[in-house]
Design a protein around this ligand. Structure first.
Ligand code: SF4
Ligand code: SF4
Length: 434
C-alpha cells in the first residue's frame, strides 16, 4: 500500500511582496496632504457645522441666549420657543427621525455621514491640521517620530499638544455654554471662579475631545462606534461606496509616464500608494470595502490627482455600487430606499403636527392624599390639587374652560371650590375648606 500523501503544486495568484498598511502596522497614522473636489466638499460641510456649533452659542434672541438648555430651571430655550420636561417626547421623536434619516442616507450613499459630518471625523481632521502646522507634512512627521529627543522635537511636540488642548478647551467651553449662559461662563472662567460642577464638565469635555480626536481617532470609528458595526447590514448592491475598480486597475505596477501600459500588460494603477498615504484610517482601498473605511473620499481625490498627471481618465477609485462595478447599472429608485424615504416623510409630518399642536398650558390634577382622610371623616368632599405647568416664559391668560371652572356655581366648580353649596349625595351643607 502506498502511504505517501499525494501533493500537487499550485500557482499563487499574487506574487506581490507583503506590504503592511499603516493600520496593519499598528503605529500612529500620519496622513499626507492632498487636494481635490471631495476635500473641498468636506471642508465646506465641516466648516458650516463648526460655524453652527461655535456661533450659535453666542446668539441672543429676545434678550436671552437663543439656544440654552437651562438644567436648573428645567427649560430648553430654542430661539422663541421654550420646551419643558413633559415635551421630552418631542425630543425622542426628533432623535428617531434623525436615526431614520441616517438610515436612508446610508442605504443611498453608504457612510457619508461618517466621512463628512460626524463630529469625531470633523474634529479628527481639525487635529490633523494642527499636527501639520506644528510638525510638518507626513514625511516630516515620520522623520520626527524616528528622531531621538532634542530641543527641536520637544518644541514641536509641545506646540502640537498645546494647540490640541486649546482646541479641546474651546470646544468644551462652547458645549457647556449650551447648558449654562455662555457670557457668564466665559467671565467666570476668565476670573478662575467656575463653580465645582461647571469646572468638572469643562475639564471632562476638554479631556474627551483631546483623547478622542488626538489619540484615539480611527479607533473610535473602528472599535467603539456602534453605527460602524451595523451600517453594513443596510447596504444593498446599489448602495454607493468608495470603491477601487480592480477590473481597470489590475495588474497594478509602476511604468514610465509615456509608455504603453496595455502593451506591458498593466492596468491603470501605478501602485504609488498615495491612496493609502492619505487615508485617515490607514487602510488600502484596493483590498476592497472594509469596516474601517469611513467614506471620506480622500483616496478618490489622491487617485484622481495621479490619473490627471498620467493623462488617464479619473475614477479608478470612485463612488460606485457593487452592481455597477460588476458591469451593471446602479438602480437609484429601489423599494428599500423608497420605503425609508416614505417612512421619513410620514414621521416628519407627524412631528411637525405635534409641534404645532403642542399645548402651551397643561393642567395635571392629582388627589391630595392628606385630604382624602378628611373626606372620610367629614364628608365626601373632594379637593383636587391643580398643578400648572406654564410652558411659555410669559404666562398667557388661562384657557376659558379652566377659568370658568373656577367661578362659583359653574360646571366643575364642585371640584375646585370645595365647601360651597350642598353635597349632591348627602344633601348636607358643605363646610368651607380649612
Ligand atoms: S479608504 Fe478612502 S474613503 Fe475609506 S477611509 Fe480611507 S481614504 Fe477615506
Ligand atoms: S492612488 Fe490610484 S494609482 Fe496610486 S496606488 Fe492608489 S489606486 Fe493605484
Amino acid at each position: 500500500m502506498n502511504d505517501r500523501i499525494p501533493v500537487r503544486a499550485i500557482e499563487t495568484l499574487d506574487h506581490r511582496p507583503l506590504r503592511l498598511t499603516p493600520a496593519q502596522a499598528g503605529g500612529p497614522i500620519h496622513t499626507r496632504r492632498f487636494r481635490g473636489r471631495f476635500r473641498n466638499l468636506r471642508l465646506l460641510g465641516a466648516g458650516s457645522l463648526m460655524a453652527l456649533f461655535f456661533g450659535t452659542a453666542w446668539l441672543n434672541w429676545e434678550g436671552r441666549q437663543a439656544v440654552l438648555w437651562d438644567l436648573a430651571e428645567r427649560k430648553f430655550h430654542i430661539f422663541g420657543a421654550t420646551f419643558w420636561p413633559q415635551d421630552f417626547i418631542l425630543l425622542s421623536a426628533l432623535l428617531i427621525i434623525c436615526a431614520f434619516g441616517l438610515f436612508a442616507v446610508t442605504v443611498f450613499a453608504g457612510r457619508v455621514w461618517c466621512g463628512y459630518a460626524c463630529p469625531q471625523s470633523v474634529w479628527t481632521w481639525l487635529f490633523m491640521w494642527a499636527e501639520r502646522i506644528t510638525e510638518g507634512d507626513r514625511g516630516q512627521r515620520l522623520k520626527l517620530d524616528a528622531a531621538p529627543w532634542s530641543f527641536q522635537k520637544l518644541g514641536r511636540r509641545t506646540a502640537r499638544h498645546a494647540l490640541w488642548l486649546a482646541i479641546s478647551l474651546v470646544t468644551a467651553v462652547t458645549f457647556v455654554g449650551y447648558f449654562t449662559p455662555i457670557h457668564a461662563l466665559i467671565a467666570d472662567l476668565a476670573r478662575l471662579q467656575l463653580d465645582g460642577s461647571t469646572a468638572f464638565w469643562v475639564l471632562f469635555f476638554t479631556a474627551a475631545t483631546y483623547l478622542n480626536a488626538g489619540w484615539l481617532r480611527e479607533k473610535v470609528c473602528r472599535d467603539m462606534c456602534p453605527y460602524s458595526r451595523f451600517q453594513s447590514v443596510m447596504f444593498d448592491r446599489d448602495t454607493l461606496t468608495i470603491a477601487y475598480d480592480a477590473a481597470r486597475g489590475e495588474p497594478r505596477g509602476a511604468r514610465r509616464k509615456d509608455s504603453d501600459a496595455r502593451a506591458q500588460g498593466l492596468g491603470d494603477c501605478i501602485d504609488c500608494t498615495l491612496c493609502v498615504q492619505v487615508c485617515p484610517t490607514g487602510i488600502d482601498i484596493r483590498d476592497g470595502l472594509q469596516l474601517e473605511c469611513i467614506g471620506c473620499a480622500a483616496c478618490i481625490d489622491a487617485c484622481d490627482e495621479v490619473m490627471d498627471k498620467l493623462g488617464y481618465a479619473r475614477g479608478l477609485v470612485r463612488y460606485g455600487s457593487e452592481r455597477e462595478l460588476a458591469g451593471g447599472r446602479t438602480r437609484w429608485l429601489r423599494p428599500r430606499l423608497l420605503g425609508y424615504v416614505a417612512a421619513l416623510a410620514v414621521m416628519i409630518g407627524a412631528f411637525a403636527w405635534a409641534l404645532a399642536d403642542r399645548p402651551l398650558v397643561s393642567l395635571d390634577v392629582t388627589r391630595d392624599r392628606g385630604l382624602f382622610r378628611e373626606k372620610r371623616r367629614r364628608s365626601d368632599r373632594e379637593r383636587l390639587q391643580p398643578e400648572d405647568h406654564q410652558q411659555i416664559a410669559a404666562p398667557p391668560a388661562l384657557p376659558t374652560r379652566l377659568a370658568r371652572s373656577r367661578r362659583p356655581g359653574a360646571a366643575g366648580a364642585r371640584r375646585t371650590r370645595a365647601g360651597r353649596g350642598r353635597n349632591p349625595r348627602s344633601g348636607r351643607q358643605r363646610r368651607p375648606a380649612q
